[in-house]
Design a protein around this ligand. Structure first.
Ligand code: PAN
Ligand code: ZN
Length: 196
């Protein structure tokens, strides 16, 4: 097997200021790419009318496909808010629903919003430097930067996990993470009051 892995996939070097790994393709999500993600639509449209900043970037490393193999992504989620809601990733299920994932926090401070697909139960768990988060299978997951610095992390997942954005794209997450008096607070989207 070892001879089937490209040597450049055996060890990679990266910084903490961007998600760039050498010349690998970098997926960049700007504010315009996140239409429908934020709860406060007028705040989103007003922000987009001013600028279209980079919200996050990810490089995926996919050394090998097949049973037992792993892929991983290096993500950098930049700080900021749209209205009271912190910058976030689109969020997704894995196309192969049983696939779990391990997130390793490298820099910055934030959280992961987890939502069980069957029950709708939500958990907000810390993701920061020196923090490891386990995302079980069958769980939608979204990364949120609640701090003032870029949140840098690795997400390590089975090679056959795949990404399914459709369910989150249609229904979004049930819960929203907003700044309430300087504290990240989980609020039910259905009862969210955008102007407290
Ligand atoms: C991560 C995510 C990364 C970007 O590598 O893909 O944080 O988030 P979205 O994919 O939701 O835009 C991961 O969870 N991979 O499975
Ligand atoms: Zn994932």
């Amino acid at each position: 097997m070892l001879n089937l892995i490209h040597p450049s996939d055996l060890s990679v070097t990266h910084g903490l200021d961007s998600a760039r790994i050498g010349t690998r393709p970098l997926v960049q999500r700007r504010l315009a790419d996140l239409r429908g993600c934020f709860a406060d639509v007028p705040a989103y449209e007003a922000a987009l009318a001013r600028d279209n900043p980079l919200i996050y970037a990810v490089t995926a490393v996919e050394p090998a496909a097949g049973d037992g193999q792993l892929h991983y992504g290096l993500g950098v989620l930049y700080p900021g808010r749209v209205g009271d809601e912190y910058h976030l990733t689109k969020g997704h299920h894995h196309a192969h629903r049983p696939a779990a994932e391990v997130y390793v926090g490298l820099a910055g401070a934030g959280a992961m919003l987890l939502e069980d697909e069957a029950t709708g139960e939500s958990r907000l768990v810390p993701l920061a430097r020196n923090t490891v988060v386990y995302v079980p299978g069958h769980t939608a997951h979204r990364t949120i930067n609640t701090g003032a610095e870029p949140l840098v992390y690795l997400g390590i997942y089975p090679a056959n996990a795949g990404h399914d954005y459709a369910v989150v794209g249609q229904r979004n997450f049930r819960q929203v993470v907003v700044d309430r008096g300087g504290l990240p607070t989980l609020v039910e989207r259905a009862v969210l009051s955008l102007r407290p």
